[in-house]
Structure formats: structure tokens, C-alpha cells
Design a binder for this molecule. Structure first.
Ligand SMILES: Cc1cc2nc3c(=O)[nH]c(=O)nc-3n(C[C@H](O)[C@H](O)[C@H](O)COP(=O)(O)O)c2cc1C
Length: 398
């Protein structure tokens, strides 16, 4: 893959006051090597961690450090630069700048530029793990997601405090890939509206107990993100999932039980062209949900009744159906059976007994089965697999 895709692109790199600021010197160098025109903005605090000369030496551009110290020949630095920007990257992003971005507090040129631009924004937070998971920061992250800005990381790893937890800035090489990605998105799902289901359904037993499964929702969320990035309007109908990180720009519809999930899907079906059912839907639900907590002595048996088969129930003349088959034996035979019994265009079959693949993992090893044959993939990230599924499904979309 040629990375020269960012050649001559105007990239604003905003660096704020975190120990991780040193990584952004390397990031600026990676971007310059790819031919980008990099304009660095340093927050007041960032100057305590890294020096202007490092950045100006690498980027051959003056560094902007405040509203009132005009460095360029432009009339108002931050506005002019924001208008010309092809992307604005904030890396590292402190707790402070996240709050300011979320609220639009433009007391420095970093937020001023973000408010004044139409370019995509990529933000890479870095901070102590407890700071990051605090209600305040999570609230700001939500807001930033809703604004349509992309948040990268943070990753789990050793922090400056010596503790191993989430809060580490995404490594410069990965950020470079994400920046390149912003420019090379295939838009082959433009004008497609899609439904993706994710996670495990929840079937209540009583007010405190329920039946669910081990699905993390990661595969469905990867599919929803891939569809969004390829131009689709995406409706993510989800049950219990581990995280909804980075799902900006996706219409999110929370559900609990299989019946609720079915109802929400039915509301969307007429306007959608494709449904990818990656949710692990419970086959059975509790026949009579108790309003009171059932005493433990009365819990030795629970009567179940069959849930609707959502995938099968959808009319395949109206929508392209892609199903999943999580199998522990006879993978291909079962996948082919499912393809015809549920009238799907594609079945994504995965062997859940394989180590490092399937439920809860970030990776998956799958075979895609359709009426033209089958395609076997090696173990790969769920994000990569999501794109392979979309590549194969594309032929059914007219
Ligand atoms: C040694 C040191 C390391 C710091 N690292 C971080 C950090 O990783 N993340 C963060 O949010 N704040 C960190 N801070 C606090 C910020 O520098 C401080 O909140 C500052 O006001 C941020 O301003 P800015 O967002 O305008 O750069 C650190 C402070 C010090 C003294």
C-alpha cells in the first residue's frame, strides 16, 4: 500500500501537555517523510515537554504557540490554517483539551482551529487510566464522538506513572496509518443504508437475573465502522456489548431481548438494502418473567420458549441478508445449511474453538460461504475481516 496518499496534504498536528508529547516529534517526522505539509500547534503546557525547535526543524514550518504571537505571513494564523487543513490531529490530547474540544472552549488556537475547520479531526488521548475512565472525561469522549470526530485509543500499556493500564497514546506508526486511512477510504457503500446487529441479547428471568451469552459485540461494531467508513448510512442494533468506542457517525439503537431486537430491525427494514446479523441472539427466552426476585429454592427449573428466528423471518427479496455461523464442529457443512435454510446471500462461518479467535477476541478466523463458493481467511483483526465481508457482499448490492 502506497502511503504517498498524504503527499502535499495540509496536516495540523496539535500537541498538548502530556509526557507522551515526545512521541509527536516522531509522528511529525513520519508525516513529513510521507510528503505531508505539517503545521504544528503547541499548547502552553506542551512547551514544558517538547521544544518548538524540534518541530520547526522537522516540519520546516514555524510552530504556532498562541493566538497573539503571529508566526506566519497569514492574516490570522489559526483561522487561515484551519480553512486550508486536510486533517487536524490532536496527539497527545490531554484531559484538559478533551474537555475544551467537547465544549468548544476556544481559549487557545488548537480549539479555535478545530471550530473553524471543515476537515476531519483525529484525536489521540493520553493520560492516567483512572483519569480517562472518570465520568467527566467519558462524558466529553461521548460528546466528541457525537461531534463526528475520530478518537484513536488510548491503548493499554505502561504509563509514565509505571502502572499498566489504559491511557497510553496510540503509537505514531498506528496514527500514521489512521491518518492515511482518512484519505483512502473506499466509498463503495455510498448511498447504501445498512443494519448491523451486534452483541448478545438479554432474556430476563426476574428483576435481577438474566440469560445472555459471551458475545462481546466486537465483530458487529467492526462491521458497522467499516460500513460507515465506506460511505454507508449505518444502523447498529445492539444488545449487551463490551464497548461502543469509536462508533461516531453510526445510528445506535440499544435493545435487550431477541424480540426487542426483531422489532427494532423491522422498523428499519424498508429503507435498508443490507442486514448483517452478527449478534448472538438467544434461541430461547423465559416463558414467564417474574416481577419479583425468585427465591433461590424455587430456581431449580426455568421454563423456556422459543425466540423468533430473526434472520430467517426477514424477506430476502427485500434485503440482502448476511448471517453468522459460530460453530464448534462441522463448520462448512453447517454454514452451507444455514445459507439455504435462512436464505442468506453470505454466511460468515467461524470456528469458536480456535484459540485467539471468536467471542471476546479482537481477532477472528472465518470462512465466507455463498452460492459461488467459499473463501477461507487466516486469523486477522475483526476490523480487517469486516472489510473482507464487505468486499464479498458488494457484488449483491446494485
Ligand atoms: C509531568 C506531567 C505529566 C502530565 N501528563 C499528562 C497527561 O499525560 N495527560 C493529561 O491529560 N495531563 C497531563 N498533565 C497535566 C497537563 O499538563 C495539564 O492539565 C495542563 O493544564 C494541560 O494543558 P493543555 O491541555 O493546554 O496542554 C501532566 C502534567 C505533568 C506535570
Amino acid at each position: 500500500m502506497s502511503k504517498k496518499i498524504i503527499k502535499n496534504k495540509n496536516i495540523i498536528l496539535c500537541v498538548t501537555g502530556s509526557i507522551a508529547a515526545y512521541k509527536s516529534i516522531y509522528l511529525s517526522s513520519l508525516l513529513v517523510k510521507e510528503g505531508a505539509n505539517v503545521q504544528v500547534m503547541l499548547s502552553e503546557s506542551a512547551k514544558n515537554f517538547v521544544g518548538e525547535s524540534s518541530f520547526s526543524g522537522i516540519t520546516h514550518n514555524e510552530v504556532i504557540t498562541g493566538y497573539y504571537d503571529s508566526k506566519t505571513s497569514l492574516s490570522i494564523d489559526h483561522i487561515e490554517i484551519a480553512k486550508k487543513a486536510d486533517v487536524i490531529v490532536v496527539a497527545p490530547a490531554t484531559a484538559n483539551i478533551l474537555a475544551k474540544i467537547a465544549l468548544g472552549i476556544s481559549s487557545d488556537p488548537i480549539v479555535g482551529s478545530i471550530l473553524a475547520t471543515k476537515a476531519p479531526i483525529l484525536i489521540a488521548p493520553a493520560m492516567d487510566g483512572d483519569m480517562y475512565s472518570s465520568k467527566q472525561i467519558q462524558g466529553h469522549i461521548n460528546e466528541i464522538n457525537n461531534l463526528g470526530y475520530k478518537i484513536s485509543g488510548p491503548e493499554k500499556g505502561r504509563l509514565a506513572s509505571g502502572i499498566e493500564e489504559f491511557g497510553r497514546m496510540t503509537e505514531p506508526e498506528s496514527l500514521l496509518d489512521e491518518i492515511i486511512n482518512i484519505f483512502q477510504k473506499k466509498k463503495d457503500y455510498n448511498q447504501v443504508e445498512a443494519i448491523v446487529t451486534a452483541g448478545g441479547t438479554i432474556e430476563d428471568i426476574d428483576p435481577v437475573r438474566y440469560i445472555s451469552n459471551k458475545s462481546s459485540g466486537k465483530m458487529g461494531i467492526a462491521l458497522a465502522k467499516a460500513l460507515r467508513d465506506r460511505g454507508a448510512v449505518v444502523n447498529l442494533v445492539y444488545g449487551r456489548v463490551d464497548s461502543l468506542e469509536e462508533t461516531y457517525g453510526i445510528n445506535k439503537i440499544p435493545t435487550k431481548s431477541a424480540v426487542e431486537m426483531k422489532n427494532e430491525i423491522e422498523k428499519l427494514i424498508d429503507r435498508s438494502q443490507i442486514i448483517i446479523m452478527s449478534a448472538a441472539v438467544a434461541d430461547y427466552r423465559v416463558k414467564k418473567i417474574s416481577k419479583e426476585k425468585i427465591k433461590k429454592d424455587n430456581l431449580d427449573s426455568i421454563q423456556l420458549e422459543k425466540n423468533p428466528d430473526i434472520l430467517k423471518s426477514l424477506d430476502s427479496s427485500k434485503i440482502i441478508k448476511v448471517g453468522f455461523a459460530a460453530e464448534s464442529e462441522n463448520l462448512l457443512i453447517n454454514a452451507k445449511k444455514k445459507l439455504s435454510s435462512k436464505d442468506c446471500k453470505i454466511i460468515v462461518a467461524n470456528d469458536i474453538t480456535l484459540e485467539g479467535s471468536g467471542f471476546g477476541s479482537d481477532n477472528n478466523k472465518a470462512v465466507l460461504v455463498d452460492n459461488d463458493g467459499e473463501e477461507t481467511f487466516p486469523l486477522m483483526s475483526k476490523n480487517e475481516l469486516a472489510h473482507k465481508i464487505l468486499d464479498r457482499a458488494k457484488k449483491f448490492i446494485n
